[in-house]
Ligand binder design. Structure first.
Ligand code: 3PG
Ligand code: MG
Length: 396
């Protein structure tokens, strides 16, 4: 990465603003169900504490759309961080203003303070310069460790970097180096496994990765659009009509570049998408007109497994079926459990894919799980993320 990091700047005795992405999934009772993003921010926070900086954490939670929402306060995340860190983490009732300034003034070296949800202010998502300035006023150095939000040109992501020396945290650095490595120096054979509901979410990354991979495995809801383009009956499966042309282009491109693009050969189908629906396995040329594809079938799982076993590098993004419903989660879970057994570097995109890995207890058994969902897709799609662009360049 050609950006400066916390290592390249003097933080001792300084008040350091750290943008983290603690937008973590929570259950209905407000309990955090996956704290990967919090744990992933520890190296930066610990480094700053060790170097006697006062740490001021900035984050958003959910999409409160400019209004205070009690279900989206930062307190549960601050509490979880405090448990993991074994140190008190203070909180504030807002993220800007006199009260916050007072709290910040009272911080001593090594203290950690978490400000309230940035998105309680409309100005955050609007990238408002005044709001960015009000945040910047709270510290002397800005560190971006919120990879998962770095595709957003928000006030706390790119705006604030105009007012303070701005550098990357260790998580951001690791994300950029690891995901960037997939594009810049992939080991071969390199296989990418894609799933999830929509082709349209992944067009850029599919196009960009096409020139790098040896094999492209496509499952999940998005496979239906490819199958439809190949004139298979896909029944009631969701087909993105507007993406049929893209699917055709991708298949053509794959053929031209000698990339083996492999689609499901069988599927689990059912009448409806619900917990009580019963799944039946059919070959891919026998999907009944009144049913929908809800998972890859066992033959496809074996076929995909064989490709993964031959690989030296694997990237996975998107479930193969409907992960929330056990009878449609087999394909995803079988392939997820295979990842640690491969003789390959295994890199997993964030979002729902990361949650599956976490739920199955595999997070420490794969090479890397990105903390970014949308951010990792945009980065792998070839975009320069606003949150990265805003940071200081490394001096040669
Ligand atoms: C995410 O989880 O995708 C990030 O935290 C960014 O949130 P957003 O998609 O609501 O901007
Ligand atoms: Mg998102």
């Amino acid at each position: 990465m050609n950006k400066m990091t916390v290592r390249d700047i003097d933080v001792t005795g300084k008040k350091v603003l750290v943008r983290v992405d603690y937008n973590v999934p929570m259950d209905k009772a407000g309990k955090i169900t996956d704290d990967s993003r919090i744990r992933a921010s520890l190296p930066t926070i610990k480094y700053l504490i060790e170097h006697k900086a006062a740490v001021i954490l900035l984050s958003h939670m959910g999409r409160p759309k400019g209004k205070v929402n009690n279900d989206m306060r930062m307190a549960p995340a601050a509490e979880r961080l405090s448990q993991i860190l074994g140190e008190k983490v203070g909180t504030t009732a807002d993220c800007i203003g006199p009260e916050v300034e007072k709290a910040v003034k009272g911080l001593k070296p090594g203290d950690v303070l978490m400000l309230e949800n940035l998105r309680f202010h409309n100005e955050e998502e609007a990238g408002d310069a005044g709001f960015a300035g009000a945040l910047a006023k709270l510290g002397e150095v800005y560190v971006n460790d919120a990879f998962g939000t770095s595709h957003r040109a928000h006030a706390s992501i790119s705006g604030i970097a105009r007012y303070l020396p701005a550098v990357a945290g260790f998580l951001l650095e690791k994300e950029i180096n690891t995901l960037g490595g997939l594009l810049e120096k992939p080991e071969h054979p390199f296989t990418a496994l894609f799933g999830g509901a929509k082709v349209s979410d992944k067009v850029a990354v599919l196009k960009n990765i096409m020139g790098k991979v040896d094999c492209l495995l496509i499952g999940g809801g998005m496979a239906a659009t490819f199958l439809k383009e190949k004139k298979y009956e896909v029944g009631k499966s969701l087909v993105e009509t507007e993406s049929l042309g893209v699917a055709a282009d991708l298949m053509q491109e794959a053929a031209k570049k000698n990339v083996r693009l492999i689609l499901p050969v069988d599927a689990v189908v059912a009448d409806t998408l619900d917990e009580k629906a019963e799944g039946t396995v059919v070959t891919i040329d026998a999907v009944p007109g009144d049913k929908m594809i809800l998972d890859i079938g066992p033959k496809t799982t074996v076929l995909f497994s064989k490709e993964l076993e031959k690989s030296k590098m694997v990237f996975w993004n998107g479930p193969m079926g409907v992960e929330e419903i056990p009878q449609f989660a087999q394909g995803t879970e079988t392939l997820a459990k295979l990842l640690p057994k491969l003789k390959a570097k295994t890199i997993v995109g964030g979002g729902s894919t990361g949650e599956v890995i976490d739920k199955l207890g595999l997070a420490d058994k794969v090479t890397f799980v990105s903390t970014g969902g949308g951010a990792s897709l945009e980065f792998l799609g070839g975009d320069i993320l606003p949150g990265v662009a805003a940071l200081k360049d490394k001096v040669k």
